[in-house]
Design a protein around this ligand. Structure first.
Ligand SMILES: NC(=O)c1ccc[n+]([C@@H]2O[C@H](COP(=O)([O-])OP(=O)(O)OC[C@H]3O[C@@H](n4cnc5c(N)ncnc54)[C@H](OP(=O)(O)O)[C@@H]3O)[C@@H](O)[C@H]2O)c1
Length: 326
């Protein structure tokens, strides 16, 4: 039977490159492109089928910053699929990024220069806004919309016979210092992107804790620095082309999910000669036997998960009330 893979944000950048690579690994996949823009998705679908005619490529329209859209898409997926083997939770935004010039110059002449460029720590601020669901847009797009998607898709993901896997596109920019359990949407800060990616890391850990026994596993990855629409919003493309673009998310497609460390973030990397490899993100204080754990603890992950469940209850009730009134 064909493996079924769902990829959010498949219309460009990391998601699109990932789809091409997955089809190179397995020509007979059923790949479902979860995109908000149908015409972009149709163009991608056509191109993928032209290069991989044995594959099955389909589309589901979903805007992860709109919960009604997530509910609709989930219903459609439950009708179309018996199970999903892999879900790549990749769609994401970094709206109106601003480069902090002062931090850039002081960082350039400090010992933290490499760290600063590899994580963008302190370098980028963003302007967030409120969605129609009344949530912070970066949080809803990068975290909460995807959380609701997996809640809704649980019947397709939880099987005792063979495990399914969630793979989140996180980032090296995920910083503990930018996340706060009392403000999970980062409504009071200036680095919602970093906060949302740290939230993704926590959520992945909590999913493992709550769902492994039901046959669902979760991992986080950072694709490395890629020249995409997102990064071109920060610096002009020619600057990025000086940096080696890479992608190796496909590596996780070949691993047994039970054998992966749920506390590790896997990073795409490349050598100066262009060969790809996978490494794990290193945190100096927390390195254990060469295997690194993320800068988080399971207790905070569980508290965050409980916060999300509370928020889910609240948002569902509000939407139901709104639908009832209209
Ligand atoms: N590029 C990098 O160097 C880098 C590094 C670390 C992590 N990442 C992560 O990689 C992921 C992909 O980013 P990218 O660099 O490939 O940027 P991108 O080219 O801008 O792609 C973002 C994708 O997400 C989709 N998307 C955005 N908002 C959405 C929404 N509300 N509902 C559904 N889809 C939505 C976009 O759809 P449209 O085509 O309709 O806009 C697009 O397909 C993100 O999670 C990002 O944080 C990227």
């Amino acid at each position: 039977m064909r493996k079924a893979v769902l990829v959010t944000g498949a219309s460009s950048g990391v998601g699109l490159a990932l789809c091409k690579r997955l089809l190179e690994e397995d020509h007979e996949l059923h790949l479902c492109l979860a995109c908000r823009n149908r015409s972009k998705a149709e163009a991608v679908c056509e191109a993928l089928l032209a290069s991989h005619p044995l594959a099955e490529v389909s589309i589901v329209q979903v805007d992860v910053s709109n919960l009604q859209s997530v509910f609709r898409a989930s219903e459609e997926l439950k009708q179309r699929f018996q199970r999903l083997d892999y879900v790549y939770l990749n769609a994401g935004i970094m709206p109106n990024p601003q480069l902090n010039i002062k931090a850039l110059f002081s960082g350039l002449f400090s010992r933290k220069v490499i760290h600063m460029f590899s994580t963008a720590e302190g370098l980028l601020t963003q302007e967030d806004q409120i969605t129609a669901d009344g949530l912070q847009e970066v949080f809803e797009t990068n975290v909460f919309g995807h959380f609701i998607l997996i809640q809704e898709l649980a019947p397709l993901l939880c099987h005792s016979d063979s495990p399914s896997q969630l793979i989140w596109t996180s980032s090296r920019n995920a910083r503990k210092s930018n996340f706060c359990l009392e403000d999970i949407q980062h409504s009071r800060g200036q680095e919602p992107y970093s906060s949302s990616k740290y939230a993704v890391d926590l959520l992945s850990v909590a999913v493992n804790r709550n769902f492994n026994s039901r046959g669902l596993y979760s991992s986080v990855v950072c694709p490395g620095t890629m020249v995409t629409n997102m990064t071109c919003g920060i610096l002009p493309p020619f600057v990025w082309t000086l940096l080696m673009p890479i992608i190796w998310l496909v590596w996780l497609f070949h691993q047994k999910p039970e054998s992966l460390n749920p506390l590790t973030k896997y990073l795409s990397a490349t050598t100066g000669f262009g060969s790809n490899y996978v490494m794990t993100q290193k945190y100096p204080e927390e390195e254990i036997l060469g295997n690194s754990v993320m800068d988080l603890d399971e207790d905070t992950a569980e508290k965050f998960y409980q916060n999300l469940l509370e928020l889910e209850k609240h948002v569902r009730a509000t939407i139901q009330k709104r639908n009832h009134q209209s």
